[in-house]
Design a protein around this ligand. Structure first.
Ligand SMILES: C[S@@+](CC[C@H](N)C(=O)[O-])C[C@H]1O[C@@H](n2cnc3c(N)ncnc32)[C@H](O)[C@@H]1O
Length: 281
């Protein structure tokens, strides 16, 4: 078989399984099976592959056919300016979460020396991206999931930032250490009903604990706001991601807890996505 007929085979299989990105995915999977780049595959469509390579491709194709996300198959995902190791124990970093990084960079100078706390660090993509951009700052990253903390530490080592960030496996409820200039978080915020309606590739493969947050989706956000009162310095900032229809309720919660709301940032679909608030007292 040559690359072209192999790709056509892959396109057909993925398309019949309703995978919208069937073309791109097949190309990426074949490139991976051949240990080549996608461009190398596409510019050598008449080249042939042996049975062993075809079998490797079929195995990868089967995982994608069963809706496993490409990021988990390749165990990596790009976020902000870097690539991060991911597997089924951590959420796949989302582009909209980059708004947190963008806003934190606007709030801090290049040489500023701030103390950050990342609540629910997952792969560590947010805190690692920020500390890489603000090399005089230090971070603490916590997560309730032990396996996630191991992955975040692995990513920190990969980016040579392990001496800048402390990783702790703890529930935000129990965390009492220190005072921070900024608290950042992409917490779980999907309510139970919406969770049931999520796409199969998310529901079946990504960790439930990273997404699901009770009947109103605010279970962890409530804890985050409450704990941030204690963990932030006076005038410290809380920057966190929210769900599409949560803005009004969360603003009320913040005001009730004596936070000033600086800004609500929208994502590319024009949905409120990140809130920035200041601890007043
Ligand atoms: C939406 S994921 C975000 C992961 C990563 N920060 C990102 O943006 O890709 C939420 C993370 O919060 C963690 N988490 C859930 N409940 C928690 C709690 N009570 N205390 C600390 N971490 C929690 C989950 O394990 C998960 O890694």
């Amino acid at each position: 078989m040559n690359y072209l007929s192999t790709l056509n085979y892959g396109y057909r299989i993925l398309k019949s399984n309703n995978i919208i990105s069937h073309k791109l995915d097949s190309e990426l999977l074949l490139a991976s099976a051949l240990n080549k780049t996608r461009e190398e595959v596409l510019t050598n469509l008449n080249s042939t592959l042996d049975k062993k390579k075809f079998y490797k491709f079929k195995k990868l194709l089967l995982r994608r056919e069963q809706k496993e996300p490409i990021a988990y198959i390749f165990e990596k995902k790009d976020f902000w300016k870097e690539s991060f190791f991911v597997n089924k124990n951590v959420l796949i970093p989302r582009p909209e979460t980059e708004i947190i990084v963008e806003e934190v960079l606007k709030l801090t100078d290049d040489n500023s020396s701030k103390r950050f706390l990342d609540v629910g660090t997952g792969s560590g993509c947010v805190i690692l991206s920020i500390i890489k951009e603000r090399p005089n700052s230090f971070g603490t990253a916590i997560d309730i999931c032990k396996k996630a903390i191991k992955i975040a530490l692995f990513n920190a080592k990969m980016h040579h930032l392990e001496n800048k960030i402390k990783f702790i496996n703890i529930n935000i409820d129990k965390f009492t250490n220190n005072k921070y200039d900024l608290i950042i978080s992409n917490p779980p915020y999907i309510d139970d009903i919406k969770y049931k309606r999520l796409e199969i590739n998310v529901k079946q493969f990504e960790p439930k604990i990273a997404l699901k947050a009770g009947t109103d989706g605010l279970k962890i956000i409530k804890k985050l706001i409450f704990k941030s009162k204690e963990l932030l310095k006076k005038n410290g900032k809380l920057v966190f991601e929210i769900g599409e229809h949560q803005e009004v309720k969360i603003k009320k919660l913040l005001m009730k807890n004596k936070f000033y709301i600086d800004k609500v940032c929208k994502d590319i679909r024009n949905h409120p996505r990140v809130i920035i608030a200041t601890k007043l007292f």
